[in-house]
Design a protein around this ligand. Structure first.
Ligand SMILES: [Zn+2]
Ligand SMILES: [Zn+2]
Length: 133
């Protein structure tokens, strides 16, 4: 089991079962939402994920027609996103995990939107937008 939660500790979640892939997203929306150079995101099947505390603290923002971002209204920590084309998965803010998910980010996406002040220094594949596969 993997555990995680928000900064203030009000929201706690558990993941039981396999997780999906992790990646780094450099799109402008992720940069704004996380206030960082990029977002580290882990794909988690909704069937494996459950809030165990503080779900009432979740609030959400629809950042685009097909994307809802959920975060703690007390401390602002990003939690899980829903993306309509993948209705069975959440996109989890990887930094909210307390435990090691066992997987490592596979690639960088939306590097055409990358912050000019950030240089990618690893050897992971880079995709200008969202990769086809
Ligand atoms: Zn919080
Ligand atoms: Zn993004």
């Amino acid at each position: 089991m993997l555990r995680g939660g928000c900064l203030c500790g009000g929201i706690r979640y558990e993941i039981v079962g396999p997780v999906g892939t992790a990646l780094y997203c450099h799109c402008s929306m992720c940069r704004k939402f996380h206030g960082t150079a990029f977002r580290a995101r882990l794909s988690v099947p909704k069937s494996s994920f459950r809030f165990v505390q503080g779900e009432e603290l979740l609030t959400s923002y629809r950042s685009s027609a097909d994307t809802i971002k959920r975060f703690c209204r007390a401390c602002g920590s990003p939690m899980v996103n829903s993306w309509d084309p993948e209705p069975h998965n959440y996109g989890l803010a990887l930094g909210s995990l307390d435990d090691d998910p066992g997987v490592r980010p596979l690639c960088h996406i939306f590097v055409n939107s990358k912050a000019p002040w950030y240089e990618i220094t690893d050897d992971l594949p880079q995709y200008r937008e969202f990769p086809e596969s």
